[in-house]
Design a protein around this ligand. Structure first.
Ligand SMILES: [Zn+2]
Length: 319
């Protein structure tokens, strides 16, 4: 049977790319999100993947660029639906949020066909996503520095919590953040429709990060193998799970000197960072409030009072 997504149309054993039209730009020309359909020669599950839901998060695009040419539909059981760039307008100007309505795309799901710019894009991609059995929404820690991890956002009480955890483990970054996300996330809205969904968060960088892209490519192939799109077996590795997430903001202005590296384990009371003057004097020494892992840090050292400094993954276990 032929599978269509926007103008992409592929019969069994075929791949096609095209555009999923969502409206017009300010000059009145129609625009469409780049899409791909990989229709396996054999029947199986459907996987939906998307990237650049946040317009400055390019590692996911880097992953799809490498994954798609490696997919041979003759060897695939099932169907893969892909939206390569979700936040069209933000991507054009290399920003995080959609500049048309100043909205974060991942707060707009499930979207609305007659809504704002972001809601319409969310609705169009949600329609595609909810045709699938599994969803990967490729993100990263924006332009901050962050470890490679996978987020389970449905919340521990959700009926699909176990299945989302399983998908996160199959992807296999090594770290999972298991914490209910804010309303409007695809990884919140799609599990409500009965579809296991996770956000692989592939590092954090300006532009592309080779290491995180490689981890993402590996993760996608792990998922394709684990869920029988591809032949073979994967034995998912144990994941370190954070059930809590602690944010640190600057109590005064200055320059941040981290005493821990990303991914380091820290004990409660250990020094995380110092805030210093331009002449190297320490203004404040900040210690960890909990045991955890240094998960994410700001990129630039200079901070004003109240500005974001870093986050710890806390309440750790493994599964
Ligand atoms: Zn994101």
């Amino acid at each position: 049977m032929t599978t269509r997504l926007g103008t992409a149309s592929a019969g069994p054993g075929e791949v096609d790319t095209g555009r999923l039209e969502v409206g017009e730009t300010r000059d009145g020309s129609t625009f469409g999100l780049p899409v791909a359909v990989v229709n396996g020669a054999k029947p199986g599950k459907t996987l939906y993947m998307q990237a650049a839901s946040d317009g400055d998060e390019l590692n996911g695009v880097g992953v799809l660029q490498r994954v798609v040419p490696q997919l041979d539909p003759a060897e695939i059981a099932g169907t893969i639906l892909i939206v390569g760039i979700v936040n069209y307008h933000a991507f054009q100007v290399a920003e995080h949020r959609n500049p048309i309505d100043d909205t974060k795309m991942n707060r707009a799901y499930p979207g609305s066909e007659n809504g704002t710019s972001s809601e319409r894009i969310a609705a169009a991609t949600f329609e595609a996503a909810t045709r699938a059995d599994l969803i990967l929404d490729l993100h990263q820690g924006s332009t901050s520095r962050m470890i490679d991890e996978v987020r389970v956002r449905c919340g521990t009480r959700h009926r699909l919590h176990d299945e989302c955890l399983e998908l996160a483990k199959a992807f296999g970054c090594g770290y999972v953040l298991d914490q209910k996300g804010p309303d409007g996330q695809l990884a919140r809205a799609a599990p409500d429709e009965g579809i296991p969904t996770v956000d692989p968060e592939l590092g954090g960088c300006v532009g592309w990060d080779e290491t995180s892209i490689r981890k993402g490519v590996e993760g996608v192939f792990n998922v394709l193998t684990y869920y029988d799109f591809l032949e073979g077996t994967v034995d998912p590795e144990r994941q370190t799970r954070a059930n809590g997430f602690e944010q640190y903001g600057a109590s005064c202005g200055g320059l941040i000197d981290f005493e821990k590296d990303l991914g380091d384990e820290v004990a409660r009371g250990e020094t995380l960072y110092r805030i210093t003057t331009p002449f190297g004097e320490t203004k404040e020494t900040v210690t960890a409030d909990s045991d955890g892992i240094l998960w994410r840090t700001r990129r630039l050292p200079q901070v004003a009072t109240g500005e974001y400094v870093c986050s710890l993954g806390t309440d750790l276990d493994s599964y």
